[in-house]
Design a protein around this ligand. Structure first.
Ligand code: UD1
Length: 372
């Protein structure tokens, strides 16, 4: 009897984490052993935050769309919880009940789907378990803690995650250090991304530009914090051009803080709409430096060996700092300015790619899911 897996996605970073698992489970060696139902909560619904990833990553259309949309954390979580419960009670299209709800990452959809499953006694597999920033002011940290506390199988991307889970009292047999599914996607998509040569299309030369992304409340919700960071980017853009795909939350923040006009007038600073996976990877993989508050990009830059100035004061992904090329900057504008100068003067540290970030994490996960 194949394992019946309800795989849940909701927000942008979930798509590249689930794609390699679905691809693996569709391969000859797993096809008869698992049956996937793909559920999209609709936390992200804009085409450039959602549909484009399905197309590029070759994902099947969701079997179920919950269409929850935006809202406060409580409202969004509650809507997912209620709609997920119905889906789980209905069970898989082939009948019976789900063997596992598979959730990825740390977004509100991850948490809500896990709670719905736990309440119905459906087992939970969490991919990217165990990561801890130890900063409970981050909504994602609450999502990680609660999801792991009720998950039955904990798939971990780096050794610190295993230590955290052991410290929290999880039984060792529930914890599987499998590597990083996001890097599986990076490996799988690199050749196609490189062919796009987005930088060249923008008139930029490889290793002679920087890529910026930010969307965390700690960076964009306060006008003065955001303005100080933007000032640095405008100043340093005299020395290196920056490309900045803008998340909707940040777009609203730039308008609210009255910063957009100045940025748009800066010749070497290009604001653009959020990019799809392929054009974005094409840009980042040829960048000289990445400035970001994204969790995934800390990992991708580590795998690519590109300096990453992380606009966070802590990270749940310590290996990206210990082994990789990431440095924590917080939202300290002076620190950002100095670190950018270090990169430009060739003083920046080099890094190595962590063990098991080898493009085969999904295979390891699939092997556990189909037997457990
Ligand atoms: C969410 C995740 C965050 C992840 C990020 C990646 C949580 C708590 N946060 O943050 O961990 O790093 O996704 O992007 O789950 N909006 C749109 N179009 C959309 C979706 C959202 O315009 O398709 C706007 C809405 O105004 C919404 C705001 O963005 O209120 C924030 O969206 P939300 O999903 O709540 O959080 P993100 O900031 O995207």
């Amino acid at each position: 009897m194949p394992k019946r897996l309800a795989c849940v996605v909701g927000a942008r970073p979930n798509f590249m984490k689930i794609a390699p698992l679905i691809r693996t489970l569709n391969q000859e060696s797993f096809r008869d052993k698992a049956k996937v139902t793909l559920i999209h909560t609709g936390q992200h619904y804009d085409a450039n935050l959602s549909d484009v990833f399905f197309a590029e990553l070759g994902m099947p259309a969701p079997d179920v769309s919950l269409e929850v949309g935006s809202g406060s954390h409580a409202a969004q979580t509650a809507r997912i919880l209620e709609r997920m419960e119905r889906v789980l009670l209905n069970g898989p299209p082939s009948g019976g009940t789900f063997d596992y709800v598979v959730v990825v990452g740390d977004v509100n959809s991850t948490l809500a789907a896990a709670i719905a499953a736990a309440k119905l006694g459906v087992r939970i597999a969490h991919i990217e378990a165990g990561l801890r920033s130890f900063d409970r002011s981050m909504p994602e940290e609450i999502n990680r803690l609660v999801t792991d506390s009720i998950a039955d199988l904990l798939f971990v991307s780096e050794p610190a995650g295993v230590e955290n889970l052991i410290c929290e009292g999880h039984p060792a047999e529930s914890i599987k250090l499998v590597g990083n599914v996001m890097i599986d996607t990076l490996h799988h998509m690199s050749a196609r991304a490189n062919k796009l040569a987005i930088a060249q299309q923008l008139g930029l030369r490889p290793r002679e530009y920087g890529v910026i992304t930010m969307h965390r409340p700690s960076n964009v919700d306060s006008n003065s914090t955001l303005a100080a960071l933007v000032d640095v980017l405008i100043d340093i853009s005299d020395e290196i051009p920056f490309v900045f795909p803008v998340h909707p939350r940040t777009s609203n923040a730039l308008d609210r803080a009255g910063l957009r006009q100045r940025m748009e007038k800066t010749a070497n600073l290009w604001l653009m709409e959020p990019l799809g996976y392929l054009p974005f990877l094409s840009l980042t993989s040829q960048a000289r430096v990445i400035v970001t508050d994204s969790g995934g990009l800390q990992e991708e830059s580590t795998a690519l060996g590109i300096p990453c100035l992380t606009l966070r004061s802590n990270t749940e992904r310590p290996i990206t700092v210990d082994l990789g090329t990431s440095t924590l900057i917080g939202n300290d504008a002076d620190k950002l300015r100095n670190a950018l100068r270090d990169v430009l003067s060739g003083q920046y540290k080099s890094g190595i790619c962590p063990e098991l970030w080898d493009g085969r994490a999904a295979e390891r996960i699939a092997s556990v899911l189909v037997v457990d």
